[in-house]
Ligand binder design. Structure first.
Ligand SMILES: C[S@@+](CC[C@H](N)C(=O)[O-])C[C@H]1O[C@@H](n2cnc3c(N)ncnc32)[C@H](O)[C@@H]1O
Length: 246
């Protein structure tokens, strides 16, 4: 482990929140969809397992929090978050975004359906190990529901085929407390632009598709959806939307 990782682990320890497994809530997917989702999750899990902690072997991992999440937080943190608010990062992968919130003093839980993702996140940040939980958005334990002031999703909606968007959004909405807010950052495509014929992942969303799946979960946009090119070379089109209960 690098010195900077150790230092970061130490600095986030104060806000680490331990979450114990809870009783299962009702599933958001049919048994057939569950099977199809599990096929994708096995593929993701194999990537985490084969990387064996070598972050450079995980195509979506960047050793740092998502830059467009950081920019949003820098600009709008006080508008949306009270000090010490509860934050859930869904599909947290190696935990970079969860650590960002812990460093800023929030009570954060990072959840991911892949056991090897959770193991790696815990290994990278042992001082907040108890804040990373294995949990599936389609089948959340009841003790995680209605608990969070902010739900953060970065590149998870885009990671599963379009048939999973609505149940993913419904699961994310289940995490929210009454006045909670959800931020979603995903790969974007223009309205009317065809999906990549090569398929995915990732499956880019239009702004209409993003707001549509959130609406199906009872969430409305809290402002325009940002449509922008990110900092990658070549740049990647992204959408960033903030949603709350209608
Ligand atoms: C493309 S990765 C992005 C990981 C991380 N957010 C990042 O930006 O590095 C998508 C993540 O979503 C997780 N995931 C996919 N479906 C999920 C589900 N139903 N419940 C929880 N996590 C899920 C995967 O295991 C994977 O870690």
């Amino acid at each position: 482990m690098s010195q900077s990782t150790i230092e970061r682990s130490a600095s986030v320890a104060a806000r680490a929140v331990e979450v114990k497994p809870g009783a299962a809530g009702s599933s958001l997917v049919s048994p057939e969809m569950r099977q199809r989702a599990d096929e994708w999750l096995r593929k993701f899990d194999a990537i985490y397992a084969e990387a064996g902690g070598d972050v450079s072997r995980i195509p979506w991992a960047h050793r740092k929090p998502c830059p467009s999440l950081v920019r949003w937080l820098d600009a709008r943190e006080r508008e949306f978050l009270r000090p010490g608010a509860r934050v859930a990062v869904v599909g947290c992968g190696l935990g970079e975004d969860a650590a960002l919130f812990a460093e800023r003093g929030y009570e954060v839980v990072g959840l991911d359906a892949c056991g090897h993702a959770v193991e790696s996140a815990r290994r990278l940040r042992p001082r907040m190990a108890g804040s990373f939980v294995r949990a599936d958005v389609f089948d959340l334990p009841s003790n995680l529901m209605k608990r969070f002031d902010l739900v953060v999703e970065v590149h998870t909606l885009q990671a599963l085929p379009p048939e999973f968007r609505e149940p993913l959004a419904a699961g994310m909405a289940r995490l929210l407390g009454g006045r909670g807010v959800l931020i979603a950052i995903c790969r974007g495509r223009g309205e009317g632009e065809a999906m990549d014929p090569a398929g995915g992942p990732p499956w880019a969303l239009t702004a209409g598709e993003l707001s549509g799946c959130m609406a199906s979960a009872g969430l409305g946009t809290l402002g325009p959806i940002d449509d922008f090119e990110d900092e990658n070379r070549p740049p990647v089109r992204r959408l960033r939307g903030v949603f709350g209960r209608r």
